[in-house]
Design a protein around this ligand. Structure first.
Ligand SMILES: [Fe+2]
Length: 289
């Protein structure tokens, strides 16, 4: 395996508001010095979306790259896994239904992954293997900055609130993957804080997922959804956004406690789009006091 010295690593911010960082000059599947690993972890913690360019990661290398940042979460939907590497999921345009000439992607609408788990994954990793000639961007919004900008009198009023996250909310704006009755019975529901504190950088952040939040605990349905919708509209403004336009070889890792993300189905369904995907195990979320 190739070893690169730290001085080969180059990074630059991807927005003027702190969300997203681009890294070049490292081979994530190689044997990296501790100093490079420390730098990558610190950049990810600060910027929440880590984009490493020009990677050609085969499945074992993709798994090694995951190990830099955490422990791998087994795949929930095994039908999308690589048969020889079941820890690696895939996103393929060939798995997607086409409705009225437009592909139907999983993950449209801003969300944070698996928020119905008691211990949601800390991060999600994608690696582009094949890309269409246009479209298919992934968008991110910074829910730390969105929290910081809330009216000061609102912050203490929402600090202790919680929401029950279920597999598919009764008001979900998107359709979740169909589950068998057995899978559905085994699906978790969890009470999560509305404002969380990041375990490593300690920043507060909004924790929102309109596809899974079943109102706000202790509030009427009307009042709870009005608050959720207000916070969601606020947090998804373009000023909190980084829009990732995929390039061949991109490796992208985002922090599910610092951003929401959404997929776009605006590519030609006749073209091939194929990415590796995996998630990193998490801990129970800590509420912001
Ligand atoms: Fe997602």
């Amino acid at each position: 395996m190739e070893t690169l010295k730290e001085d080969h690593l180059m990074s630059r911010p991807l927005t003027g508001h702190g969300l997203g960082v681009e890294v070049r000059g490292v081979h994530l599947g190689g044997d990296l010095p501790d100093s490079v690993i420390e730098t990558l972890r610190a950049l990810w913690s600060e910027h929440a979306v880590l984009v490493v360019r020009d990677q050609q990661l085969d499945p074992p290398a993709f798994l090694r790259a995951a190990g830099i940042f955490g422990e791998i979460l087994p795949q929930q939907l095994s039908k999308f896994s690589l048969p020889e590497y079941p820890l690696i999921g895939t996103i393929s345009s060939r798995d997607l239904p086409v409705v009225d000439g437009k592909v139907h992607v999983r993950g449209e609408n801003y969300h944070t992954d698996h928020s119905n788990f008691l211990e949601p994954p800390i991060g999600t990793m994608l690696h582009a293997i094949e890309l269409p000639s246009y479209g298919g961007d992934t968008q991110f919004v910074d829910v730390r900055a969105a929290y910081d900008d809330l009216p000061e009198d609102l912050k203490p009023r929402i600090a202790g609130l919680r929401s029950t996250h279920v597999y598919e909310s009764s008001r979900s704006p998107r359709k979740m993957a169909e589950l068998t009755p057995e899978q559905r019975a085994a699906t978790a529901s969890s009470s999560q804080p509305l404002v969380i504190q990041h375990p490593t950088n300690h920043r507060p952040a909004l924790y929102l997922n309109t596809g899974r939040m079943e109102g706000i605990e202790g509030m009427s349905e009307e009042e709870g959804y009005a608050l959720i919708n207000y916070l969601y509209e606020h947090a998804t403004q373009p000023r909190y956004e980084y829009r990732h336009r995929w390039q061949a070889g991109d490796f992208v890792l985002w922090d599910n406690r610092s951003v929401m993300h959404q997929a776009n189905a605006d590519f030609d369904p006749a073209e091939y789009r194929y990415l590796y995907r995996l998630m990193l195990k998490g801990d129970a979320l800590k509420g912001w006091q």
